[in-house]
Design a protein around this ligand. Structure first.
Ligand SMILES: [Zn+2]
Length: 221
């Protein structure tokens, strides 16, 4: 029975950077095949394996069901050699070589074209399981938008910016409260003048909040 692949899931072998160094990619595929047979699979679970030097090797046949991600085995499984000790949101180049990542990119694009797979369906194993595998965010990497954790910018600045928005809301609320208290002890003319000022303050506050919300929202991407 032929499987129509509609997605691609990227994995890593979770091996040390120099694992089986000097052995051919085929020998490495054979080794992984042995692990998977020991786990009761009929053969290697991945459809494709990519070596440290960018070698692309066949695993189980394309068009057949894989054994690489529970509930998602009709997707193509690609395994990168390496990735030992990686976290789900590390960046790809922390754990994989440039030739390897170039080969991954080309392989993904070829498969997308061959099977008509949408880019949203090319994902990291960690998107469908609690594992760290493959040790980076595939969607971000594909879009060229990877940002390492704790290295300044985007994602980590979101909470701070949302606090700023809340703070400006509090400032507006406080100025309204202060004006209301002061008003009760004044004559008619002063009340009108103060109310006018309060109105301007509120409008200005709303304007600032709108601007901050806008920049906050654009920071989300
Ligand atoms: Zn995996």
């Amino acid at each position: 029975m032929t499987v129509k692949h509609q997605g691609i899931i990227v994995h890593c072998a979770a091996t040390q950077p120099d694992w089986m160094k000097g052995d051919s990619i085929q020998r490495q595929v054979d080794e992984i095949t042995k692990w998977h047979k020991d786990r009761g699979f009929r053969t290697i679970g991945y459809h494709i394996v990519i070596g440290r030097n960018g070698e692309v090797a066949d695993g189980r046949a394309l068009g057949t069901t894989g054994a690489h991600a529970k509930g998602h085995n009709s997707d193509i499984g690609i395994c990168l050699i390496g990735g030992f000790g990686s976290d789900a949101d590390d960046i790809a180049s922390d754990h994989f070589t440039a030739p390897q990542l170039n080969a991954l990119y080309r392989t993904i694009k070829d498969l997308q074209e061959k099977y008509g797979i949408r880019t949203e369906r090319v994902i990291a194993h960690n998107r469908v399981s609690s594992k760290a595998c493959p040790g980076f965010r595939v969607q971000k990497w594909l879009a060229g938008e990877e940002v390492a954790r704790n290295r300044t910018q985007p994602e980590r600045t979101k909470p701070t910016q949302s606090k700023t928005v809340k703070a400006s809301a509090a400032t507006v609320a406080a100025s309204v409260g202060t004006s209301a208290t002061a008003l009760s002890g004044m004559d008619q003319t002063s009340q009108y003048i103060i109310l006018g000022f309060a109105g301007i303050t509120i409008l200005f506050g709303i304007y600032i909040m709108r601007e901050r919300l806008k920049s906050w929202a654009s920071g989300w991407r």
